[in-house]
Design a protein around this ligand. Sequence first.
Ligand SMILES: Cc1ncc(COP(=O)(O)O)c(C=O)c1O
Length: 374
Amino acid sequence: MTSSPPHIPLVDLLAQYQAIKAEMDQAIQGVIESGHFIGGEPVRKFASEYAAYCQVPYCIPNANGTDAIELALASLGIGKGDEVIIPAFTFVATLEAVCNVGATPVLCDIDPHRFTIDPAKAISLVTPATKAIIPVHLYGQMADMDPLIAYTSDNSMFVIEDAAQAHGATYKGQRAGSIGDINTFSFYPGKNLGAYGDAGAITTKSEWLYTKVFKMVNHGRIAKYDHEIVGRNSRMDTLQAAILSVKLHHMEEWTRKRRAIADRYRLLLADVEGIQLPKAYADSPGVYHLFVIRIEKDKRDDFRSFLKAQGIETGIHYPISLSRLKVTTDQLNIHTHCPESEKASEEVVSLPIYPELTPDLQDYICDHITNFFK
Ligand SMILES: Cc1ncc(COP(=O)(O)O)c(C=O)c1O
């Protein structure tokens, strides 16, 4: 009798819930029984815990990571007539946020090993209209921040870290979300720290920016009905804050496990000819939101189908470089060639990675990858 193959998802949120079910159920029940669903102690508590986690004095929880970028840009007064440099290889949200404040996105190519913005290329794109650079810490790997910070602080420009994929990552000892002027996170469910719905946050060291964004996310007010500026509703729900506080206490352990899984992939796949493993950076250890390998573009579809037939899910983050998206070329009329981003979009494959992935399942994945290339 042949047994059916296991199903190995890219991310297993049910396994995570089962591991923390008792404390999670209690936290959710606590909010429901409090009868308070907007603001309140759970949101304040998460804000202070997450600020501490990011090693910054201030965190403003908000509704989602896309809004967080838009709020960060708007808080710096960036809008019409301004240019903002972003990597061409990221989720579309970074581009949308720039457009939605009325500024012009300028696409910059990536460092092909780190998959993050190439600092030298970013600096070469600066014009008198450039107001900010948004490095995105893709896949949990922080961008090379020092050259960007050195250049922008000498030239009166801002840096906004898009840390949506990098909760807890560090760069030369500094946590993601603690280096730029104002920085953003997403807690989309599949992120390393994920809510049970949409949620995001903004972190900063500046009290002035904190106060401004604190008002912006909640109808321009601090006190009820005392509206001081034109704001919006981009609050984080009380339930999501309670959920995130529970999960935050597990983050160190989960990150350790993700790193161990990444190390094991490197070990088990080291001799497989035909794949390129992600590079590890000793001074900026990643948190492996995704474990992304590169393979020849002509083999990618067959590779994914082969693994799928064995029950192994894979993903492509991202199949189209921002420089080639229709929104960029057709709607925004931006025509930029970003060769490394475009090449990466044709070659990347994300393998399953989540803290609950067992060594047995990982062996199974690696055996099949090895067989494919034999
Ligand atoms: C790099 C990056 N930036 C921004 C976002 C947007 O976050 P959200 O989905 O919470 O709006 C995401 C999330 O998918 C992301 O991966």
